[in-house]
Design a protein around this ligand. Structure first.
Ligand code: HEC
Length: 162
């Protein structure tokens, strides 16, 4: 290869330096915003837990039921933390959740602690009603939930083998 003329070599070095400055700035640009799932995404998880809780209660798998109640509680804590208010909603999730959900979750815990299948069904209805009441209050009344009519989680054992 013929040696590069000095001018071309100097230009080449300059271009490389400029590119590294541009790239370096891009990398140091504002750090990406931490990811927080949208309220709809969080609700989809709550929907899953609400369904699994039902099948756990029907199977009288009280450990799993207690676990799903805890998960629901944590999910609602996340809603309060990441979506204290929501769009044009006249009722803020941070106010609605302690007011509407804490009671039903407590009743469910009590039923599960007593391993009381009848009280469980009653408390479960209370939770479902609270979910729907909050959808009404936040102007999402078209999102209605109910006691599951079939189990979508065919890959999970609700009745454990002995
Ligand atoms: C703070 C009041 C509130 C409570 C309590 C609440 N929700 Fe919601 N839910 C909402 C709002 C607001 C939306 C619409 C979110 C959006 O903008 O995507 C929603 C959306 C949903 C959706 C639709 C999600 C989708 O993308 O398809 C489901 C399903 C749902 N909720 C289930 C539940 C269940 C189950 C419970 C009770 C265990 C519950 N929600 C309790 C306020 C609430």
């Amino acid at each position: 290869m013929r040696p590069m003329p000095n001018l071309i070599r100097a230009l080449f070095v300059l271009v490389l330096m400029a590119a590294s400055v541009v790239l370096g700035t891009a990398c140091r640009a504002a750090p990406p915003e931490p990811y927080a799932p949208g309220l709809g995404e969080m609700m989809s998880l709550q929907q899953m837990r609400h369904a699994k809780l039902w099948f756990a209660g029907q199977a009288e798998n009280w450990e799993l039921a207690a676990y799903e109640i805890d998960e629901l509680g944590e999910g609602f804590d996340d809603v309060v933390k990441f979506h204290p208010t929501h769009k044009e909603s006249p009722v803020a999730p941070k106010d609605a959740i302690p007011r509407m959900i804490a009671g039903p979750l407590k009743d469910l815990r009590a039923a599960v602690d007593r391993k009381d299948a009848r009280a469980f069904v009653q408390a479960y209805d209370g939770l479902t009603a609270a979910c729907n009441n909050c959808h009404d209050a936040t102007n999402f009344r078209f999102n209605r939930v109910q006691t599951p009519t079939g189990n979508p989680y065919a890959n999970q054992l609700f009745i454990l083998p002995h």
